[in-house]
Unconditional design. Structure first.
Length: 378
């Protein structure tokens, strides 16, 4: 008997002994068959209410993650002239890095709802990270529609590391959008639109940003021991990404000309033991000089890439290595970065991971990051 059944039984007992006419004290003046009949009627009413609550519970699914991280970082600033050198920085921290609670509800046939609340160490309040409606044709029509606050389908960002890949830092985009798509077991194609936060100078505020994606997935049993997913995506204005909207990104809230973005990736698994991740994401054209806070007054074309390989040494232990980098990202992202990771599943849905990353920037600054993470998922 699971927790849900125990909870339902307790609820029924409370209903039975608190509803008027069911408890012995309320019915002392009623006896015989008539009294029993009234009690049975009340019990049947309580059972109907219980069925309604159980039906609601069966339509709602809760999920979440909790991540505790301990980290150490060191920045070695380039100092060609010792008397003018900027002092190197070291830091360490222990934090509840992330806490998420997701709620998924089957509203009706073909209609679902999704809400995700997130708390992060750098934020002071719980944030509604996602909230959208999903409508799909299931076996009738191979089409779907997602509408609401969501991460638009630009970039893939699959990673075996604790820290986000540089491709995500540059390209991840969360907006209130409408995404329409369709496909089958092999192919998924979608197109979306939204009103981005970074407009062109002197333009009115309109829904004029677009995103498109195509993903090919090799069916599970098509080739024995091989799983493969690959795809491409495009966005009409990469300045709308969460990273470039920050204070270290676009200088202001507008650009003279929108610059599109492009992403391509491949994700491979061999016999569920060897994993390969490769992704490129960058701007299609250069931004006008001075448009980006890190461009130093030059016309920059930000680009990033990430390459990872991981190996499941045992059922519970996975080790991995990565090499990633960027171009025309100044001091915003490392020009090259490499490192290793080891993750061990302590218990079911409970993991412990440690990683080390060394990064080098275009201005010759260097950074070292060491992170340990204890995480649960439910």
């Amino acid at each position: 008997m699971n927790r849900k059944h125990i909870g339902l039984i307790l609820f029924l007992l409370i209903m039975i002994f608190t509803l008027p006419g069911i408890s012995g004290a309320d019915d002392e003046h009623i006896g015989g068959v008539k009294g029993l009949s009234k009690k049975m009627t009340k019990i049947e009413t309580a059972m109907e209410k219980l069925k309604g609550i159980e039906k609601w519970f069966n339509k709602v699914t809760f999920s979440g993650t909790v991540e505790i991280e301990a980290g150490y970082g060191k920045i070695d600033f380039d100092d060609p002239f010792d008397d003018l050198a900027e002092k190197d920085e070291e830091s360490s921290d222990l934090a509840l890095a992330t806490a998420e609670l997701g709620i998924d509800a089957d509203i009706a046939k073909h209609v679902k709802g999704h809400v995700l609340y997130m708390w992060e160490e750098d934020d002071s309040a719980v944030d509604l990270d996602e909230g959208f409606i999903m409508i799909d044709g299931e076996d009738k029509v191979p089409l779907y529609l997602n509408a609401g606050k969501l991460y638009v389908p630009f970039g893939y960002f699959n990673s075996h590391f604790i820290c986000d890949p540089l491709t995500l830092e540059l390209g991840e985009t969360r907006e209130s959008a409408i995404v329409i798509g369709g496909g089958n077991d092999w192919l998924d194609l979608c197109l979306g639109t939204f009103n981005g936060d970074i407009d062109e100078t002197d333009d009115d505020d309109h829904i004029n940003s677009f995103v498109a994606s195509g993903i090919f997935t090799l069916p599970k049993d098509a080739v024995q021991g091989l799983r493969l997913t690959t795809g491409m995506s495009w966005i009409s204005n990469i300045a709308d990404s969460d990273g470039l909207q920050g204070e270290d990104g676009v200088d202001g809230d507008a650009v003279n000309d929108s610059v599109g973005g492009f992403s391509a990736f491949i994700s491979v698994s061999l016999i569920d033991r060897i994993f390969l991740e490769a992704e490129y994401l960058g701007a299609i054209d250069a931004f006008e000089a001075g448009a980006l806070a890190f461009d130093g007054g030059e016309a920059f074309k930000p680009e990033t890439w990430n390459f990872e390989i991981a190996y499941a040494a045992t059922e519970n232990l996975e080790i991995g290595a990565k090499y990633e980098g960027s171009h025309d990202c100044g001091s915003y992202l490392p020009e090259k970065q490499y490192g290793c990771v080891a993750a061990y599943q302590l218990f079911e849905n409970t993991s412990l991971a440690v990683e080390y990353l060394h990064g080098e920037f275009e201005n010759n600054d260097e950074q070292d990051l060491a992170t340990a993470q204890l995480a649960i998922a439910f």
